[in-house]
Design a protein around this ligand. Structure first.
Ligand code: ADE
Ligand code: ZN
Length: 346
């Protein structure tokens, strides 16, 4: 598609806002804004290690994934009651509703809560209540994804899967997150096989900090339906070909990559290279409360840094809808709406 005029940055920001969007890579616990964290800490009589919202925000400077994860696990300790899980989920959904995100696929880390004594029912009960309310009130469709913490054992993942079994009609897929280096996908081959046999969709973080070999393992051993991040796939030509030929979806997170120093400068972000290579890349926020932006800020800041065109933005948005795990009828509806917005923009 060609455009009759060159779009200004203002036009492109308006386009980004107007497009119906899907978010495929969002950690619920990473949407925990400091203001809400302080409010829930007070409600639960918990003392945080930081005196104020400002002091906490000032600590959000990370040299790598692990430095972020240390604060992320500390932050989630505040979550105690079903109401807390509801409030956290609802706050994220209200925020993205204002950005015209129409479908969300949300990760949460049950093990990060179970190990603090919060039972599975409390967690998932509050999360689902908010998801169902936002679906009926705001028309946001959703899929919930249970993520295993890769720094823990495979046995712990199997135990978590057992706890999830009564809720499998509400859990659409499973993921793999936390400290990547030293915890390759192969460590979890058997538990993901069990998940596949239960009919769950599969995704895994791979190639964020870890090497291209971890992406190969995610594909060949875990048999993923998509790859979270996947940045380092670009170091391996045979892998690029594999990802392109299979049109494997990559859930890429630009502001996360910047804040965790996966890229040193947003101007060097790999998205343009991925698009040129024909990879099915999507844009997502990962942990927006920690990385400085939700869906639209990711798209706008990336656009400005690398000079994405209107066609690039439309392709990325279309990829997210097509690559989502939404029902086919829902995908069609969102794609038709996207086509209407594009026609108006041209
Ligand atoms: N948990 C939350 N965000 C994560 C990320 N970007 N990588 C790995 N684990 C995570
Ligand atoms: Zn992530």
């Amino acid at each position: 598609m060609t455009h009759s005029r060159t779009a200004s940055a203002t036009d492109l920001s308006a386009l980004i806002q107007a497009l119906p969007k899907a978010e495929l890579h969002l950690h619920l616990e990473g949407s925990f804004e400091p203001e809400l964290m302080f409010r829930l800490a007070q409600r639960n009589n918990i003392t945080l290690s930081y005196d104020s919202v400002e002091a906490l925000k000032a600590a959000y400077q990370f040299n790598n994934l692990q430095e972020f994860l240390d604060l992320y696990y500390q932050g989630m300790n505040v979550l105690q009651t079903r109401q807390d899980y509801y409030d956290l989920t609802r706050a994220y959904l209200d925020k993205v509703h204002s950005q015209n995100v129409r479908h969300v696929e949300i990760f949460w880390d049950p093990q990060g809560h179970l190990e603090r004594g919060i039972d599975f029912a409390t967690q998932i009960g509050g999360i689902l209540q908010a998801l169902k309310e936002a679906r009926s009130q705001n028309g946001i469709s959703y899929r919930l994804i249970m993520s295993f913490l890769r720094h823990l054992s495979e046995e712990s993942a199997f135990e978590t899967l057992e706890l999830a079994k009564p809720y499998l009609d509400e859990i659409y897929g499973v993921g793999l997150d936390s400290s990547e280096m030293g915890h390759p996908p192969e460590k979890f081959e058997r538990v993901f096989e069990a998940c596949r046999e239960l009919g769950l969709k599969i995704t895994a973080h791979a190639g964020e900090e870890g090497p291209a070999d971890y992406v190969w393992q995610a594909l060949d051993l875990l048999q993923v339906d998509r790859v979270d991040h996947g940045n380092r796939s670009l170091e391996d030509d045979a892998l690029i070909e594999r990802l392109r030929d299979s049109q494997m979806v990559l859930t890429v997170c630009p502001l996360s990559n910047l804040k965790l120093q996966v890229v040193k400068d947003l101007g060097n972000h790999p998205i343009p290279t991925m698009l040129k290579a024909g990879l099915k890349a999507t844009i997502n926020s990962d942990d927006p409360a920690y990385f400085g932006g939700y869906m639209n800020e990711n798209l706008i800041q990336l656009q400005q840094a690398v000079g994405l065109s209107a066609d690039d933005i439309i392709t990325l948005t279309r990829n997210s809808i097509e690559g989502s795990w939404a029902e086919e009828a829902r995908k069609k509806e969102l794609l038709a709406e996207l086509d209407r917005v594009v026609a108006e923009f041209n």
